[in-house]
Ligand binder design. Structure first.
Ligand code: ADP
Length: 486
């Protein structure tokens, strides 16, 4: 039903306002009961007035019917006393009285129109059977009643006497209708006054009730315009505080995001500028010297080429990071043989390891297939193993192990390298973070590799941990679910 109302009112923009709805609700709640009470009271009055009139008239006519018998009026209508009595009562009740005898003949009509005519209506017939009938027509404003004329006078016993005739009376209820219309007019005036009162109250109440929501809007607009930095609070209602709390949470996240965006941009520009500055220094010193010896020229050009290579690596890493960010949630997941993936990855890296005489060991405890994005996991694995080779000592070793249980598979990358100081371990996954920056020139890198790796693992709903002992080695542990869940 609510959906239907929504559909109907959807186009009426003003009805979507909470204030208008509260206003209408209060109006309906105030007016409908008022209107129902009014109708019930008037209806009750009408019923009561009609029944009082009927019983009054019925008593009067019962008395008259006794007189009719006593004066043998049904056979002889000349009695002045009875005629006067009948006229008087029909005047009193603003009605018409017909006296009908046993043969359904009208012996007396106070209007003098139907005398001598035969009346065989359902009510008259029922009345001859001893049933008093009453009928009220509120629309035309009259009551019709039949009262039996019973011969109790000539009756010896206590029993009900024989029905000799019927009194048929039609009475106007104009005075009841008049009272009702007066009552209705008064009730209408009252209702209009009530409506005005409710209208003003609902306008006021609906405005008053919605004030805290306006406060929320105002507070949020102020934040939008940059007026305030502090957390919002509108504790007037529990609901407004919920809205404001949720907004504060979003605001906090936005501030953190903005800060990290700023840091990222400044880091990127700094990292991109460093190789350029070196290249400029190298190029300037070549330009500044006349007749540069060929060996120096050669050496400087090699340095410039190395800087270009560094710049290239940073840009490539940045691109993969941005790509991983952009496509987060859009993994190209398929069933992949993880053993095979690691084997081919290590084969590709073995020339670099051989260069530093580093032994590459692969240990697989069981065959593992998992739902993963092959390209991305290859990139993450490459970063970890490449680091284990890069930050190792000549003649060292790197051990990669693969294992799985019924839910996860784990890749461990262990090395015999320089290790990472404990206080630095929590930072190594940050973008551009490099341990011991003063030595970073020795080993090429952008500081983005582990940030990319962590991103990829999180996208797979996995986790990465590091443990390291200085001068002994480092172990990275990666844990990823075997089946991918969105
Ligand atoms: P980079 O391009 O500098 O290698 P990473 O994000 O891959 O960037 O790594 C961040 C830093 O963490 C590295 O600069 C290095 O100091 C440290 N690190 C990463 N892996 C290892 C490791 N296996 N052994 C020692 N230090 C490591």
């Amino acid at each position: 039903m609510w959906e239907k109302i929504k559909k109907r009112t959807g186009n009426l923009v003003f009805f979507r306002s909470l204030r208008v709805r509260i206003f209408f609700l209060l109006m309906i709640m105030g007016l409908i009961p008022g209107h129902i009470t009014r109708s019930m009271l008037i209806n009750n009055y009408e019923k009561r007035a009609v029944s009082v009139k009927m019983s009054e008239v019925s008593n009067q006519f019962k008395m008259i019917s006794n007189h009719l018998i006593a004066y043998h009026y049904l056979s002889d209508t000349s009695s002045e006393v009875i005629n006067a009595e009948l006229n008087q009562i029909s005047n009193l009740y603003d009605g018409r009285v017909l006296v009908i005898n046993k043969n359904f003949k009208v012996v007396k009509d106070t209007y003098g129109i139907s005398e001598g005519k035969t009346v065989i209506s359902e009510e008259v017939v029922r009345c001859f059977r001893g049933e008093e009938t009453t009928y009220y027509d509120g629309k035309d404003g009259f009551i019709e009643m039949t009262i039996p004329i019973v011969d109790n006078v000539n009756q010896q016993s206590e029993e009900q006497g024989e029905i000799q005739g019927v009194l048929l009376c039609g009475l106007s209820t104009d005075n009841i209708s008049l009272t009702i219309s007066i009552l209705e007019r008064k009730a209408f005036v009252l209702e209009v006054l009530l409506a005005i009162l409710i209208l003003l109250t609902s306008l006021f109440v609906s405005k008053f009730l919605l004030l805290p929501f306006h406060k929320v809007t105002k507070a949020i607009s102020e934040v939008k315009e940059g007026f305030t930095d502090k957390a919002l609070s509108v504790p007037d209602y529990e609901e407004t505080q919920h809205i404001v709390d949720a907004f504060n949470e979003v605001l906090k996240r936005m501030r953190i995001l903005d800060q990290s965006r700023q840091e990222f941009v400044s880091n990127v520009s700094h990292e991109l500028k460093t190789p350029l500055t070196s290249m400029k220094v190298l190029a300037d010193s070549l330009i500044g010297q006349k007749q540069v010896p060929e060996e120096l020229y050669q050496e400087f050009m090699e340095d410039i080429a190395a800087e270009i290579e560094r710049e290239n690596r940073i840009i490539n890493d940045l691109l993969s990071l941005v790509k991983a960010d952009k496509t987060s949630g859009r993994l190209n997941v398929e069933m992949v043989d993880v053993n095979k993936l690691l084997e081919s990855l290590m084969k590709r890296l073995s020339p670099i390891a051989e260069k530093d005489r580093i032994e590459l060991i692969f240990e697989s405890n069981r065959p593992v297939t998992a739902e993963i994005d092959e390209t991305k996991i290859t990139l993450a694995g490459t970063n970890l193993i490449e680091n284990a080779i890069k930050y190792n000592r000549p003649g060292g070793w790197v051990k990669v192990s693969l294992d799985a249980d019924h839910q996860f598979f784990t890749i461990t990358v262990e090395d015999s390298g320089r290790g990472i100081p404990e206080e630095e371990q929590e930072h190594i996954f940050e973008r551009f973070y490099r341990v011991d920056k003063s030595h970073s020139g020795e080993i090429p890198g952008s500081g983005l590799g582990l940030a990319i790796t962590r991103n990829i693992i999180l996208m797979h709903r996995g986790a990465i941990q590091v443990s390291s002992v200085l001068e002994e080695g480092t172990t990275f542990l990666v844990k990823i679910p075997l089946t991918y869940s969105k």
